[in-house]
Write a protein that binds this ligand. Structure first.
Ligand code: ATP
Ligand code: MG
Length: 244
């Protein structure tokens, strides 16, 4: 579905990404882990067409989409809620852009608000939300784009451990219903293993792919998987490829 072909990126003299090749298949959940500053967010910005690679191409369903925006749903690492819009008004922006009637967009959003732990806060402005709540609102907005592939940059980074666990469990179930594909960036190895079918490990800057790991456990996954032998073996493998 998505192919990143020999992508390199430099900012002036700073080499950030070095010949990245990776792919995401239909309905697959793929994660990228790597040290801070290795170019993960830059790679996602290239995939979403927001910045141009110095070399290489991006293909989406066999079509060269390098530099093309709006092909996939994207949740950036930084908070992108508009301060002058309420939570509900913020999360329906992609649907508004697609020309869906406001009433219908709101109805759809309200159905998911509870799952995202935001019920009762629909009419709040972002300034009155906690960091974790803002992150969940950003995530809900991305989910509501209904795109076939969602690219998520550290979507759970600011969540407390319990909320995060709930969101992960929800995601491992919902992806089976929506049949969307995911490209997730995370620092959290446990999160990557729990969610993914495949995990790519990146080296420190300039980022290169140093390892690819398959997670064969079937979905939806339960908490028991976190305690299993196969989980800890995968975790060991990933930690050693990160050099920690
Ligand atoms: N627009 C830019 N101009 C110049 N340098 C940039 C730009 N964007 C990113 N960089 C540099 O590229 C490198 C990689 O940044 P990036 O944000 O992609 O890292 P990351 O892997 O996402 O890190 P983190 O895990 O901390 O989010 C950094 O050294 C950063 O300073
Ligand atoms: Mg980043």
């Amino acid at each position: 579905m998505l192919t990143i072909k020999s992508v390199s990126k430099s900012f002036d003299n700073l080499s950030v990404l070095d010949t990245i090749d990776l792919h995401v298949k239909k309905e697959e959940f793929v994660s990228i882990i790597g040290p801070s500053g290795c170019g993960k967010s830059t790679l996602l910005e290239i995939v979403t067409g927001l910045i141009a690679p110095s070399n290489g191409e991006i293909y989406f369903n066999e079509e060269n989409v390098t530099g093309t925006t709006n092909k996939l749903g994207y949740m950036p690492q930084k908070d992108v809620l508009f301060p002058w819009r309420t939570v509900l008004e913020n999360v329906i922006i992609p649907q508004e852009i697609m020309g869906i009637r406001k009433k219908d967009a709101e109805k759809k959003a309200r159905q998911l608000v509870e799952k995202f732990g935001l019920s009762g806060f629909e009419e709040y402005y972002p300034s009155a939300l906690s960091g974790g709540m803002k992150q969940r609102a950003n995530f809900l907005r991305t989910v509501l784009t209904d795109k076939r592939l969602l690219a998520l940059d550290e979507p759970f980074g600011k969540l407390d451990a319990l909320t995060k666990r709930e969101m992960l469990k929800w995601l491992t179930t919902v992806r089976m219903e929506t049949k969307q594909s995911f490209l997730l960036i995370t620092h959290d190895i446990d999160e990557a293993i729990f969610l993914s079918d495949r995990i790519y490990v990146m080296s420190s800057r300039p980022g290169r792919i140093v390892k690819e790991v398959h997670v064969k456990e079937k979905h939806p996954r339960s908490n028991g998987f976190l305690l299993s032998k196969s989980f800890s073996e995968l975790k060991n493998e990933l930690l050693s490829s990160l050099g920690v």
